[in-house]
Design a binder for this molecule. Sequence first.
Ligand SMILES: [Mn+2]
Length: 282
Amino acid sequence: MNDRVPLRTNTMTADHGLDIIGDIHACADEFYQLLDELGYIRSNDGLYRHPDGRRILSLGDITSRGPDSISMLEFFIRHIEAGLAEMVDSNHGWKIARWLDGRKVTLAHGDENVEKEFREYEAEHGKKKAEELKERSRLLLFSAPSHMLVKVAGRTELVAVHAGIRDDYIGKETPAVRNYCRYGDVSGMGADGRPIRKDWAGERTKTHPLIIWGHDPRPEPERKNGAINIDQGCVFGGKLTAYRFPEDELVSVPAARNYSGLDDTPLTRYQRANQASSQGQT
Ligand SMILES: [Mn+2]
């Protein structure tokens, strides 16, 4: 159904614990630092394993904007194959998948960095190796489920999704559901040319299952109506966050710097908007 590439499973159990990771955006240094903080240890085969058997679940957008997209693609290809990690679909992931599939797409918003990294990879490792990695990356990204159901004793206790989900979409994989999970509740474009993102979590009327999401950065993790945003804009100089399940703990590492090349970032816009609204309340 997903461009002839079968989807991976959309169900996980959390027997030994899960570490759900927010938007990495090619920030490999911070990602490996976070794995270290979470207790993962690099084995001789190059794979990161947790002594308690915990697993990694990425909310997607592992590439683009930051410096190390290929490193993150290779990490998730290898760790998903080894059963040590999983990853859901995302807007940048979907764009890169279509680019790797030879579709006509415009690479922008940091996706052009991925193309540049693949050119450099080919110059260093040759065309054959580059084509192999591109094909494996294409399969990795196209086979990602739109959202992950985390089951405890057969019941869905947690949903991990990139940009958001409606409660009546949970467990479904239609084009509308997949689109919503990638981009969230978007209604047209604002005057600044950016998509208007509606506050789907704020409008949520249920509090179960717990929904862990990213995509829309804010300076601190935000809990709202049984949903937790764990995108702290690492690539914009914020933090990379993990949500530990079932411990219900948040662990973040600070970004070494703002990698995005932008002065006006989602984090600065968030701060401006919140200053404006708190001044409006006086
Ligand atoms: Mn995103």
